[in-house]
Ligand binder design. Structure first.
Ligand code: NAD
Length: 267
C-alpha cells in the first residue's frame, strides 16, 4: 500500500467490522493514525488496532454510539489527546432493520435514521468544528480537512422492504452535497462513497446462501460480489491529496450495480 496518508490523523466510525475495519486497516497501512470506533464489538476493534500497530502505525479503539452527539465528541477528543488532532473523518457506521412497509415499526424507522443519517450529521458537524479550531497548515495538506460519508447505491436505487435504509442514504446524499457546498470555500472536502453489494455482516445471510448469492450476482454487471478492501482502496484515495480537486462527489464502488443491470439485454 503506498503511504498516501503519511502523518494524517483519521477517525473511522463503525470500524470493528466490515467496511469500516477494512478502511481503518488500509488507512493505517497508508501511514495514518486511526481512531477505531466501535459500538459493542470490543474484540473486533482491538484486532483492527493490533493490525494497524503491527504494521507500524498508530491506532486507538474508542467505544461510542455515534447516534449520540456526546459520543461523537468523544472520538474527536481522543484524536486530539492521542494524535494531536484530526484531518479525516470517515462516517461509516450503519445498520439495516428491514421490513415490508406496513410492518415497519416507528422504532425501527427511527433507529436507522438516527444512526445512518443523524449519526453522520453529528460526526460531520463535530469534524467541521474541529477542523476550523485547528486551523489550516498547508504543509500538512492543501485541504483543511476531509470528510467521507458512507452512503450506498440505495441513495439512488429505490429498495422495497428497506424504506428506512434507503431514506437515510438518500438523506446522506443531500447532507453530503449541501455540506460540501457550504464548507468547500474553507478548503474542507466533503465526499461520499456509495458501495454496492459488499461481503460483510450486514448482508451475510444473502451472500452465504447459494440462492442469495446468485440473486446478488444478477444485479452486478462486473460479475463478483465486492470485498471490504474494494471500498477501503477507494477511501484511501478519497482521503488523500491525490483527490484534492474532488469535492461534493459520490463515488460509486459497486461493480456497475447502479447501471440498471436488468436492461442489459436491451430492456
Ligand atoms: P457491518 O455491520 O460490518 O458494519 C457496520 C458497523 O457499524 C459495525 O461495526 C457496527 O458495530 C457499527 N455500528 C452499529 N451501530 C453503531 C452505533 N450506534 N455507533 C457506532 N457504530 C455502530 O456492515 P458494513 O457493510 O461494513 O457497513 C458499513 C457501512 O457501509 C454502513 O453505513 C452500510 O450502510 C454501508 N454499506 C454497506 C454495503 C454492503 O453491501 N455491505 C453496501 C452499501 C453501503
Amino acid at each position: 500500500m503506498p503511504r498516501d496518508l503519511e502523518g494524517a490523523r483519521a477517525i473511522v466510525t463503525g470500524a470493528s467490522s466490515g467496511i469500516g475495519a477494512a478502511i481503518a486497516q488500509a488507512f493505517g497501512a497508508a501511514g495514518a493514525s486511526v481512531v477505531v470506533n466501535y459500538h459493542s464489538d470490543e474484540e473486533g476493534a482491538a484486532k483492527v488496532v493490533e493490525d494497524i500497530r503491527s504494521a507500524g502505525g498508530q491506532g486507538e479503539a474508542v467505544k461510542a454510539d455515534v447516534s449520540k452527539a456526546e459520543d461523537c465528541a468523544q472520538l474527536f477528543a481522543t484524536a486530539e489527546t492521542k494524535f494531536g488532532g484530526v484531518d479525516i473523518l470517515v462516517s461509516n457506521a450503519g445498520i439495516q432493520k428491514d421490513a415490508a412497509f406496513t410492518d415497519l415499526s416507528l422504532g425501527d424507522w427511527q433507529q436507522v435514521i438516527d444512526l445512518n443519517l443523524t449519526g453522520q450529521f453529528l460526526c460531520a458537524q463535530e469534524a467541521v468544528r474541529r477542523f476550523r479550531a485547528q486551523g489550516h497548515d498547508a504543509k500538512r495538506s492543501p485541504a483543511l480537512g476531509k470528510i467521507i460519508l458512507m452512503s450506498s447505491v440505495h441513495q439512488a436505487i429505490p429498495w422495497a422492504g428497506h424504506v428506512n435504509y434507503a431514506s437515510a442514504k438518500g438523506g446522506v446524499k443531500a447532507l453530503m452535497e449541501s455540506l460540501a457546498q457550504e464548507v468547500a470555500g474553507e478548503k474542507i472536502r466533503v465526499n461520499a462513497i456509495a458501495p454496492g453489494a459488499i461481503k460483510t455482516d450486514i448482508n451475510r445471510a444473502e451472500w452465504e446462501d447459494e440462492e442469495g448469492r446468485k440473486k446478488m450476482l444478477e444485479l452486478i454487471p462486473y460479475g463478483r460480489i465486492g470485498e471490504p478492501d474494494d471500498i477501503a482502496r477507494a477511501a484511501v484515495w478519497l482521503a488523500s491529496d491525490a483527490s484534492d480537486y474532488v469535492v461534493g462527489t459520490t463515488l460509486f464502488v459497486d461493480g456497475g450495480m447502479a447501471l440498471y443491470p436488468s436492461f442489459r439485454e436491451g430492456g
